[in-house]
Design a protein around this ligand. Structure first.
Ligand code: NAD
Length: 253
């Protein structure tokens, strides 16, 4: 019988790839911008030039980062599809799970993907699968220096609607992505949370569908509450995750 291993990842898994976590960034600014100016719907659309500069600069920086040993260990475990069904639920928008080789159909990007664009006049049909983006979504190039923000949608032609497919503050998550994630969390044999403060809802609530006996935790900081994880691994994701994946392969976890 295949074991179903579900990973829920946050900004901490990409920290060793050189991408600051939300906590690292929040004490000040994102690329010299206030968070509310570049991460909320009203902020993003109130100053198109600022948003274009911000998103292009962020995309360029992220495109220069590579998946680290944690992303790669998860992708390797997913390759053993005879013994494991590996599902990655990620809050990250950095595309590093896909680039490390985790199959796109096994990855749910709950907060979107900065390298993909979405028509905001059709919020209900944002693609969650990088290759098979639906509706007005578009499978964009990794980093396109000629990319302009925001463009007219190539499908419905509404001007200024085609913008990065990231969930901004004030926007709802893709409903089908969230319900798929809930299904996978509730049917996991092992649910491993990596590098997330679990402060962003509704994703943080996913763990409620997992019995404590099936929960594992990887983070540089101890969990805030005691007794809510069966297994706790404190340390850097890129060091711990490969060890944890080996333990899973050796049936020690
Ligand atoms: P967060 O910043 O709130 O929490 C990061 C967590 O990772 C903390 O618990 C921290 O202790 C831990 N951590 C930091 N470095 C680590 C390391 N090397 N190894 C293991 N753990 C480490 O991040 P969050 O919970 O993901 O929420 C932030 C939100 O911001 C998310 O919704 C996400 O979409 C977005 N975000 C994404 C990225 C990205 O795509 N890489 C980066 C920053 C923020």
């Amino acid at each position: 019988m295949k074991r179903k291993i579900v990973f829920l990842t946050g900004a901490g898994i990409s920290q060793e790839s050189g991408i600051p976590t939300f906590r690292d960034s929040i004490d000040g600014l994102w690329e010299n911008n206030k968070v509310e100016d570049v991460a909320t719907v009203s902020g993003v659309f109130s100053d198109i030039n600022r948003s274009e500069t911000f998103f292009n600069s962020l995309k360029q920086k992220i495109s220069e980062c590579s998946p680290n040993a944690a992303h790669i260990a998860i992708a390797d475990l997913a390759k053993d599809s005879e013994n494991f069904e590996v599902i990655v639920l990620t809050q990250n928008v950095d595309d590093l799970h896909r680039r490390s080789g985790t199959p796109v159909e096994k990855t749910i990007e709950l907060h979107g993907n900065i390298f993909r664009n979405r028509c905001r006049s059709h919020p209900d049909i944002s693609g969650t699968d990088f290759k098979e983006a639906r509706g007005c979504s578009y499978t964009g190039a990794h980093y396109d220096e000629n990319w302009k923000f925001p463009q007219a949608c190539p499908r419905c032609h509404k001007p200024a609607t085609f913008s990065p497919d990231v969930v901004l503050f004030g926007e709802a998550l893709d409903f089908s992505a969230l319900s798929d994630a809930e299904y996978h969390a509730s049917t996991a044999d092992l649910f491993i949370q990596i590098g997330t403060s679990m402060e962003v809802f509704p994703v943080a609530a996913l763990i409620e569908s997992v019995p404590i006996s099936k929960r594992a935790y990887i983070d540089i900081e101890k969990p805030e509450k005691n007794g809510i994880y069966e297994y706790e691994f404190i340390g850097k994701a890129a060091e711990i995750t490969p060890k944890v994946c080996n333990m899973i392969k050796e049936q020690k976890l």
